[in-house]
Design a protein around this ligand. Sequence first.
Ligand code: NAD
Length: 506
Amino acid sequence: MRKEDLFSTLGLSEVESGAFCGEWLDCSDKELSSINPANEEILGKVRLARSKELEIVTSKAVEAFKKWRSVPAPRRGEVVRLFAEKLRKKKDYLGRLVSLEVGKILSEGLGEVQEMIDIADFAVGLSRQLYGLTIASERPRHRMFEQWIPLGPVGIITAFNFPAAVWSWNSMIAAVCGDPVVWKPSPLAPLTAIAITKIAEEVQKETSSPPIFNLIIGTVEEVGEPMVKDRRYPLISATGSVAMGRRVGTLVAQRLGRSLLELGGNNASIVTENADLDLALRAILFAAVGTSGQRCTTTRRLFLHKSIKDQFVDRLVKAYSSITIGDPLEEGVLMGPLITSDAVDKMAKALEIAEQQGGKIIYGGKTYIRPKGFFVEPTLVEAHNDMPITCEETFAPILYIFEYNNLEEAIRMHNSVPQGLSSAIFTLNIREAELFLSPEGSDCGIANVNTSTSGAEIGGAFGGEKDTGGGREAGSDAWKNYMRRQTCTINWADELPLAQGVKFDV
Ligand code: NAD
């Protein structure tokens, strides 16, 4: 498909505005270029929003909230349903744009749009299920219950690596909960954000909805931090690095707002002597190499029981050597580029440090392997316990391999890093699996048995512990983050009994 056709179907032009609040605003002359990481060509440009546009967008979102909160939730769900229908029609185009802009292979680009559709469908059902509890009152003729009320405009900050899905996880749920959103996407994927907002614009116009899906693309200084500090956003949902989350979390806490943080991971898999090694190999290959190691859930550390280590490493090396690296839109390619030259440099630096700390590269290790584009080799490093670099998240396809003697030791090593997002054990032994899932086991927000650390479904609550930030998004009861809980008591007696038997008669 030609770029021109793709752009015209998605309504994109060569230069786009970086601010939308029901209408596209005139932004500054300062332009941001979106670069295709596979060939370093400019895909398009965006005029950056400044504080002036942020103010307009925020005020519009506040106004939109006043209307949207009173629309019955199932009617809000109907708007989300129409959005999902439009996504279905444009899936192929949007998926390609994701691949072009961030370099993931087409099937993953399409998968990302499918994830948007899935969460939208989930949100539609949820719009009729925003249940509160009824609680037995200790006072006669009193009724006590909890109800969930829309919260207000939600500021959404997203990372480059899921430029479409993460926004949907937040926005589809926020929308049915009665909250407009203002999206600050990654500067590395602005076109995907604009294309999605154009689809949302169509839905807003067709349904005469207030501007609930708003966009602001600008620098961290002019737009990012001012949004985070603004009390008109009762909730800031931020996805990205631990460093970003530490800063954003602190700024929101200073104004006693709510933050939902989805930060970096340093995910591990344990393969025991009782594993189905064929299955483990396939799962680990996908989790370590998929998306060029640029998923928050990428497997970065591998713990192998000493009895299977050598044979498993041999098989891994063979599998790694069969990975086709190249243009992510080409059929058969399994690994595209990293996002920027900076990401490539960080990978090279991490490997240098790993070697200085006693690690041994047993496969890969080369960077800039093509004349154009940010391509690297997926890399296996034999590691040992005393390598501080393995406690860091390097956003690249590096897999550190450790040997262990018994499962308790492996779990200890597994839990010894600051991050706590995703984890997996490969075993056919029920005791090993249950230990991993017990309070003595994995300390992560996600713990899997015989499937990879990557590739979560939207139905579950997604997120991690420790430095990963503690947030939960997507399915299950994550919607409660986007509403405020109100506990209500109705006295329908003609007396005023007080709780705990307190007397206060005059
Ligand atoms: P990043 O932290 O560099 O940027 C993420 C977003 O935060 C961008 O939009 C950026 O502009 C914004 N930002 C940065 N500092 C800010 C500030 N002070 N105020 C407001 N906004 C600010 O991350 P990235 O390189 O785009 O993405 C990769 C990281 O994201 C990895 O660490 C990865 O693990 C993490 N991630 C986590 C999840 C998750 O769900 N846990 C999902 C995807 C990515």
